[in-house]
Design a protein around this ligand. Structure first.
Ligand code: SF4
Length: 483
């Protein structure tokens, strides 16, 4: 099964739908329901929650608008603290930089803490191709690395798997008889990974925030693996998107209060780690060498769109996915990219282009639940509608990508809906036409363009006659009124 295992390239819905594992919805619904109630309880404890959201949103917007200033300040501070800074315009460039650093230190084994930026550039596969073993050490990431898939949730990468499925993966890949017991499975992973931590020459991480004021990398985790990755090996390389920069420590206090509550329903995550350059004195913890790779990979282009760029306010809490009725029913792999849920639906079309990920803006009911829970007030439904317009009509940021057949159909439909007589005629002709394809109460196979729908599921026959229905309702109402 190919579920984002090889590279971070986008997989369209049609290809995915042929592979959807049946267990995904129930596993995802169980986990997300727990997160939703946990979040609600923690948020209720903070009376100033709405003010906090507004402050968080304002800080992120201010940073987006002044990103060049804060990135320059960040670079100066990291260099002053003894670290190295590398600017990567593309995924290939970022991979080349990390590989060069690894080769210069004769690295054969690298341990990694959870990093969406390295998922984005497909770093593991590049390192492996160069003969360097890169081991994921976050438990969820370790499980999906063994399974050979990508993450299906931005904070819980293996959310789609039940304990029985994880036990089967461990048994097959680690050549053992692993029980379906979460405590025992965690113990097995810890035992395997401990040896990797002790022998790795390089630690690789992402980062939740970059504080421009002091050049500090902030990592927020719930397992001790992030600390092990960044303190045990003598070399630490952090690959972080340029959008992660924040102005100062005061801003961080706002985001730390918003993040854990929104993500896992905790007051604070178990570990919050601050890394400012390499270790300076003997006896201090930390690596001898610290490299920060600042990843652009299309972000500068997204920043040019005044509507779409609000996506970079995101602090990657995953709350939008947990409440999304679409995500809960299809799981993360259906989004075809390593970031799924509503945030993936507004990020992928902008990063990869609406040519590539044109379906994603439509993968939403526009119910607005995502925007209601977003801790930094990203107007997700507004951005989805904006991206739909870019897909359909094109603008200065993107060519129109909707197929001509659909544009013609929609154009004809808008004429018919505006002209009374055409509409009336249609309500008589369409049911008659569709009865040709009816089998039982459904239409199992319809001609193009409706065949795109019936390939996946049958179509209900067109029986609605709104005007007739409305007439009946009104006459029933007036009869009631006369009684
Ligand atoms: S869009 Fe908002 S709710 Fe979704 S992951 Fe980002 S910060 Fe969290």
């Amino acid at each position: 099964m190919r579920l984002m295992s090889e590279t971070p390239t986008y997989i369209g819905f049609e290809e995915y739908s042929e592979h959807v594992p049946a267990s995904i919805p129930s596993a995802v619904q169980q986990a997300t329901t727990r997160f939703v109630s946990g979040r609600a309880a923690r948020v209720a404890e903070v009376p100033e929650w709405e003010d906090l959201r507004q402050i968080g949103s304002d800080i992120r917007l201010h940073t987006i608008e002044n990103m060049d200033v804060y990135l320059t300040q960040l670079e100066e501070k990291v260099l002053a603290a003894g670290g190295h800074v590398h600017w990567a315009q593309t995924a290939d460039e970022a991979n080349r930089i990390v590989l060069e650093i690894a080769n210069a230190h004769d690295v054969k084994l690298a341990v990694k803490s959870k990093s969406m930026a390295t998922e984005e550039i497909g770093l593991n596969h590049v390192l492996e191709a160069a003969g360097i073993q890169a081991i994921e050490t976050d438990l969820g990431e370790y499980i999906i690395q063994l399974a050979g898939t990508g993450p299906s949730h931005i904070i819980v990468p293996a959310v789609h798997l039940k304990k029985e499925e994880i036990a089967a993966i461990f048994s097959e890949k680690l050549d053992m008889n692993a029980p379906a017991d979460p405590v025992e499975l965690a113990r097995i992973a810890r035992e395997v990974l401990r040896e990797k931590f002790l022998n790795a020459e390089m630690g690789i991480s992402g980062g939740n925030f970059l504080i421009a004021e002091t050049g500090t990398l902030v990592m927020v985790t719930n397992e001790g693996n992030g600390r092990m990755c960044t303190t045990m090996p003598d070399l630490h390389v952090a690959v972080v998107g340029i959008d992660k920069v924040i102005p100062d420590w005061e801003s961080l206090t706002v985001f730390l209060r918003l993040l854990a509550r929104s993500a896992t329903g905790q007051k604070l995550s178990t570990y919050t780690q601050f890394i400012t350059g390499p270790r300076r004195e003997a006896g201090e913890f930390g690596p001898k060498e610290f490299h920060l790779v600042l990843l652009d990979n299309g972000r500068s282009n997204v920043l040019k769109d005044p509507v779409g760029r609000e996506v970079f306010k995101c602090i990657r809490c995953g709350a939008c996915a947990n409440v999304c009725p679409v995500y809960k029913n299809v799981g993360g792999f259906a989004y075809g990219w390593f970031i799924s849920g509503p945030i993936g639906a507004i990020l992928a079309p902008q990063m990869l282009g609406t040519q590539t990920a044109r379906e994603l803006p439509y993968a939403s009911t526009l119910c607005g639940a995502c925007a209601d829970v977003c801790p930094v007030k990203i107007p997700i439904p507004t951005i989805l509608r904006h991206l739909r317009r870019r897909v359909a009509q094109g603008d200065e940021f993107a060519e129109a990508t909707l197929p001509a057949s659909i544009r013609v159909t929609v154009g004809l439909a808008s004429i018919a809906l505006a002209q009374n007589w055409i509409y009336r005629l249609g309500t008589r002709v369409l049911p008659a036409l569709m009865s040709i394809f009816k089998r039982g109460g459904w239409i199992p196979r319809a001609p193009y363009p409706l065949s795109r729908w019936t390939k996946a599921r049958p179509l209900p026959p067109f029986t609605a006659n709104f005007r007739g229905w409305w007439k009946n309702v009104r006459s029933a109402d007036s009869k009631d009124a006369r009684r």
